[in-house]
Structures are given as C-alpha cells and as structure tokens.
Design a protein around this ligand. Structure first.
Ligand code: SF4
Length: 331
C-alpha cells in the first residue's frame, strides 16, 4: 500500500473502509516508520502543530459495582487501590487550578469510579465545582461519571460542563469478554445522550485486553459512526489483582504506533490521544506518538497510576517542534 498517496486522499476527504484500515494496522515493523510519516501528514493537515493537554482528577476512587476486567477500581477484583468517596468541591477546584497553572492543561476532567452518580448530594458537589472552575479558569470542563441521567446532564451543563467522557472500551464483539455487569448498548446510550445534550464527547477504549486487530478497527469504525469529538487510546497497564493482568503480554511500541496511525487515518478530523499506558508501552519512543497521529495527551497522573512529570511532557512536546495549545483568548 502506498501510505503517502493514501494520506493525500484522506486529507482530501476519503473515508477508509474497514479493509483498508486493517491493512494499515497490519503493517510490518519494517514499514511502520513509513506508515507513521504518512499519518503525521494527516495530523498536520487536520490539526496543525498544536498539542492539546488534558488533565484529570480521580474524584471518587474504588468500590465500583462493575466488573471491567482491566480496572483496578472494580469491587470484584482484589487490588490495593485507594478507596474514598467523592471529594469536596473545593478539592476538585484546587486540582483544576494546578492542572491549568502548573501543567498547561486545556481540558480538565472530573473522573469518578462507579456506574453513575451514587449519592443524591453528589450532583450538587459536582455542580458547585464546575461553576467555580468555569468562573475562574479558561479550562474546558469535562466529567467522566459513568452513566448519567438526562436531568443530571442538564444540571451539569448549566453549571458549565462542556465535555463528557465515556469510553466504549473495546469493540462490540469483544465487550462481553471484558465486562458482564453492563452492556455495550449501555455505553453507546451514554455517548448518545451526551451528544444529544449538546456536549462534546470524548470516547475511546483500552487496548491489549485480548482483542484482535480486527476488533481494534471495529471500535474505530463504531467511534466514527457515533461521530465523537475526541478519542483517547489507552494501553493496558496491568494492575495486580485484575483478571486482565493474569494473561497480559507486553505490546510492542511499534504495534502501539500502528494503532494510533490507523486511528488517525480512520478518524482524520478528530482529536486523538494516547492516554493511559503511554510511558509503559512506548518508553523512549513516546514523542513518536505525535508523528503517528496523536494531537492530544494526558498530562499529570492517571487514575490509579502515576504519570511522568508534567515538565518532562512539556519538554518532550517542544523537543519535536510541536507547540502546546492554550485556551488564551477563550472566554
Ligand atoms: S472501568 Fe469504570 S465501570 Fe468499569 S469497573 Fe472501572 S470504574 Fe467501574
């Protein structure tokens, strides 16, 4: 396949078929640099040289009723994850201040474990936090709260919510291998509800959880059909005590680069980022994620795993001639 010619067609508006995308993700190690160079052309054409930085706060941790096989926060697994209820709104706001001032984040997400909002009072805590963040910062305001009712989504939107995160996690055909306590349709429904509420939607998945290359492309096609705005790619960082950690095999950095590149070709106009598992899967090759097509990444710590320092991330972005996007000028 001529990757360079394909990148020109994609920039002009061609939509990839599943077969074409599969061919990309099956590229050999020898041809991977050629593939990512072509994906880089698509990223530059569609997203320029600016990299978006997202930061998160793990605002409620552990004790989740669901059994996602990769997740350290599930009550079904025996892990040593921290367990605490929803933080006070002022703690959440303080984390947002740090994200903006110390890490140059453009988007801040309040993430909670669990299937949805658990306690009645939690909606008011989240509402207060979002109002404060909207009032004092230029951050885009995101939540990742599981499944949320229409009524609660509207309350949060009125308080300043702009983005909603809800991963599909994997393809429909693989989903029941990684979770049996809720359905794929539940996840699709959450994404659709957020879109209907007028929010920007961030939805992606976790990889290296036993899925095939075909299933990686199946997920990309579903996300394309749903027309989500941003796609986070997470690579399993195995946590002792989770089922996914038992059969874990390391993924090669080249395989991760091919995955990002295939997603850039399938979803050329979307924001795509390598989030969880970035350091452990790419190691010294981390800057190449941007050449492979990523234009977003997560800065600071992950949910249950520490990330490399924000300073190191900012230096990495500059070292390959890219700029950090700011929200300057945004009201
Ligand atoms: S991924 Fe979300 S829903 Fe699944 S176990 Fe973890 S916190 Fe619960």
């Amino acid at each position: 396949m001529n990757f360079s010619r394909l990148s020109t067609s994609v920039i002009k508006g061609k939509h990839l078929t599943s077969e074409e995308a599969l061919e990309l993700i099956k590229t050999s190690d020898d041809d991977t640099f050629e593939l990512i160079a072509a994906a880089n052309k698509v990223r530059r054409a569609k997203k320029g040289n600016q990299i978006k930085l997202c930061a998160i706060v793990n605002a409620r941790s552990g004790k989740c009723s669901e059994n996602c096989s990769f997740c350290a926060q599930s009550a079904h697994h025996n892990t040593s994850v921290d367990i605490y209820p929803l933080m006070q709104s002022e703690q959440i706001v303080e984390a947002a201040r740090q994200a903006e001032k110390e890490m140059n984040a453009t988007c801040f997400s309040i993430v909670t474990s669990g299937k949805g909002i658990i306690r009645d009072g939690d909606i008011y805590t989240l509402q207060a936090a979002l109002k404060s963040i909207a009032g004092e910062s230029r951050l885009n305001r995101c939540v990742s709260l599981g499944m949320v009712s229409k009524e609660h989504l509207n309350i949060l939107k009125e308080a300043g919510l702009s983005n909603f995160h809800h991963n599909l996690e994997t393809s429909r055909s693989h989903f029941e291998k990684i979770c049996t306590t809720h359905s794929y349709d539940d996840r699709i429904k959450a994404v659709k509800m957020a879109k209907e509420a007028g929010l920007k939607v961030c939805s992606g998945g976790i990889f290296n959880v036993g899925e095939s290359l075909e299933q990686r492309i199946e997920l990309a096609m579903t996300l394309k059909e749903l027309d989500v705005d941003q796609v986070p790619i997470n690579i399993l960082h195995p946590v002792a005590g989770t089922p996914a950690a038992k059969d874990h095999h390391a993924i090669s950095p080249f395989e991760v680069l091919r995955l990002i590149a295939a997603y850039r070709f399938v979803l050329p106009d979307k924001d795509i980022g390598l989030f969880g598992g970035r350091e452990s899967s790419l190691g010294q090759l981390q800057p190449l994620m941007f050449i492979a097509g990523a234009n977003v990444t997560l800065i600071g710590n992950y949910l249950t795993v520490k990330g490399q320092s924000a300073q190191k991330d900012l230096e990495m972005i500059q070292s390959i001639g890219l700029d950090v996007q700011t929200n300057a000028g945004q009201t």
